[in-house]
Design a protein around this ligand. Structure first.
Ligand code: KG4
Ligand code: ZN
Length: 330
């Protein structure tokens, strides 16, 4: 399965065998192009994807040691994401599928993040709860089996990744914010400031906007405060809430395993506390490597493989949908 991902600012292609065996995974990040604007500029992203999609795909085939004739199917992210960016990957994937006369498979980007945890550890265990924490989404999803998802909780306003990015920008740590806060927090004191743990005892939904406001208010009223201490205390508050709710969700639904996915799953403190919580609660932990947490095409190929098995090829007249939702069991 050749997977293609262009939903945001990463141009990625990967070859995956049997849904789990990664033969190659090439990611070309556009971070440098967008950094001077402090965020992703959609038109710049689309243009860069157009320039990179062919060389990145060729490299993925080369690194896998195969050529087009060996590809059995092509999967691409059809949403959610930036429309111009999505269309580049979807058009390329359809063109290749048509030229090679193999099936095309539409993949939901969020579903692909759920699958990242299985790539490096194919021994699937259901029912499983996934804490999906990306730039645009914070969700707790119950996976009952392939393609069977139930939404247990989500963010009502800001996603966790968005909170990291906004707090980093406010602290002058630059873009992308998550890795910058992660690095600053390494040398800060997580107990220096007691920021609120929003909605900690309140259901399985999340809200990080109050926390963000507290950080801003604290820094404005304590201008001499150490940036590293603020970063570490903020990160601790986010991770405490994420881990507490993931554990509660797993307990409530009787899950046997807990998985982490999405860009924020690359966070050092979250990874450490996630593993600790799974060990304490006797849950099998699926923790993708950092490269598989952030956007990549191996997770697209994996999700595409199972989708093709379940539902067959996607018709070539399917479009890209910037607001595509994860398909949830009613
Ligand atoms: O999943 P992803 O790569 O793209 C989306 O689908 O949104 O997630 C990107 C998000 C950004 O908000 C970024 O700041 C965050 O993941 N992120 C991190 C870390 N690495 C990336 N957040 C916290 N700590 C990190 N080490
Ligand atoms: Zn993503």
């Amino acid at each position: 399965m050749l997977g293609i991902e262009t939903s945001c600012d990463e141009t990625a292609a990967a070859c995956v065998r049997g849904g789990t065996q990664v033969m190659s995974s090439v990611v070309s990040s556009q971070v440098d192009l967008h950094a001077r604007y402090g965020g992703v500029v959609p038109e710049i992203a689309s243009r860069a994807h157009s320039e990179l999609i062919i060389p990145v795909t060729a490299r993925a085939l080369l690194e896998a040691g195969i050529d087009g004739a060996d590809v059995d199917a092509v999967a691409a992210t059809t949403g959610p994401g930036l429309i111009g960016a999505l269309l580049v990957g979807v058009s390329a994937a359809k063109a290749l599928a048509l030229a090679w006369d193999v099936p095309f498979v539409s993949v939901n980007h969020l579903e692909a993040h759920l699958y990242a945890g299985f790539l490096e550890e194919p021994e699937l265990r259901f029912p499983l709860v996934v804490l999906l924490v990306s730039g645009g989404h914070t969700m707790l999803v119950l996976v009952e089996g392939h393609g069977r998802y139930r939404l247990l909780g989500q963010t009502l306003v800001d996603a966790a990744g968005e909170a990291f990015d906004k707090v980093a920008r406010f602290l002058g740590l630059g873009y992308p914010g998550g890795p910058a806060i992660d690095a600053a927090a390494m040398v800060g004191d997580p107990e220096a400031i007691r920021f609120p743990r929003s909605m900690l005892d309140d259901g399985l939904d999340f809200s990080f906007s109050g926390l963000k406001t507290s950080v801003v208010n604290h820094v404005r009223s304590h201008p001499q405060v150490s940036t590293e201490d603020v970063a570490a205390s903020f990160q601790q508050a986010v991770v405490d809430v994420l881990v507490a709710k993931a554990r509660r969700a797993a307990r409530e639904v009787g899950a046997v395993a807990l998985a982490l996915g999405g860009g924020v799953a690359a966070n050092s403190l979250l990874r450490e506390q996630f593993l600790g919580a799974c060990a304490e609660d006797g849950l099998h932990a699926f923790l993708p490597s950092r490269q598989m947490c952030t956007d990549n095409a191996a997770m697209i190929a994996a999700a595409g493989w199972y989708r093709l098995e379940r539902e067959g090829p996607t018709p070539l007249d399917c479009g890209a949908d910037p607001n595509q939702r994860l398909s949830i069991v009613p």
